[in-house]
Design a protein around this ligand. Structure first.
Ligand code: CA
Length: 262
């Protein structure tokens, strides 16, 4: 167990790097990145039950109460999967599906009180991946969620990535740099750097929002600590990029978040 460090406590010389992250965010195995689930549901009791169950299973849950908020949170958090109620107060859930599909490939599991097959077909045609009719069993929904995430993950979870002269084995948390004329040199990354890097590398080309990264690395309550990210991203670039001042792979999207560009 690492010592507790007050958020924002700096050395006065360099930006505060932030505390070491908890051993297993969201209850997953060490090094695991909690999947982010966006729940778009206007029924407060159901939204709350979903949030509690998702948290209990180690997911990061983001809630939205209407379609507009759902689209906004999807842009901001770049969720791994979306649970979407079709009957929303401000817009048809089908319009939300179409809106998301313009830019996102995250699986969408639709919740609906309408049991008719034409509604299901319409939702699936619009780009939803799965359909659950209310009332549903929480266990069944969670099983469908796991299945959607497995399909999205697309394999054994091994990601081997090259950044400039460096080779990174994300699953093994090992990194090497090619040395001129010599063998590969081991690179040491801290647990915080691994967690941050792993999220970026497992989502190639995707913008990962600042809030989502802060929550995934340090846990809830760090949304105002964007300077932690700047500090650790700068260190990752110094370790991995050929020219840290002009990064080509670990990119900042100003005001929004970060992106790993293969
Ligand atoms: Ca509803």
């Amino acid at each position: 167990m690492t010592a507790e460090v007050t958020p924002g406590a700096g050395t006065g010389v360099t930006p505060a790097p932030g505390p070491e992250p908890p051993a297993a965010p969201g209850g997953g195995p060490p090094g695991a990145v909690p999947a982010c689930v966006l729940v778009v549901e206007d029924d407060p009791a159901l939204a709350r039950a979903l949030r509690i169950n998702l948290h209990a299973r180690g997911y990061q849950a983001v809630a939205a109460r209407n379609g507009r908020q759902g689209m906004h949170e999807a842009t901001r958090n770049q969720p791994d999967v979306v649970i979407l109620d079709l009957g929303l107060p401000d817009m048809d859930g089908l319009a939300v599906i179409r809106g998301l599909r313009e830019w996102s490939r995250a699986p969408i599991i639709v919740l609906s009180g309408r049991a008719g097959s034409s509604d299901k077909i319409e939702a699936l045609d619009a780009g939803a991946d799965d359909y659950v009719t209310k009332p549903f069993s929480m266990e069944e929904l969670l099983a469908r969620l796991r299945a959607a995430l497995r399909r999205e993950d697309g394999g054994d979870g091994t990601v081997r990535v090259r950044i400039g002269q460096c080779e990174i084995d994300v699953a093994a948390h090992a990194a090497w740099r090619a040395t001129p004329g010599g063998g590969p040199e081991n690179l040491h990354l801290t647990p915080t750097e691994w967690r941050l890097l792993e999220i970026l590398l497992r989502n190639p080309g995707q913008l990962i929002g600042t809030d989502r990264l802060l929550t995934a690395v340090w846990g809830p309550g760090y949304q105002t600590s964007a300077h932690y990210l700047r500090f650790h991203m700068a260190r990752l670039r110094r370790k991995l990029e050929d020219d840290p001042a002009r990064p080509r792979h670990l990119l900042t999207e100003p005001g929004m978040g970060y992106r790993y560009q293969p």
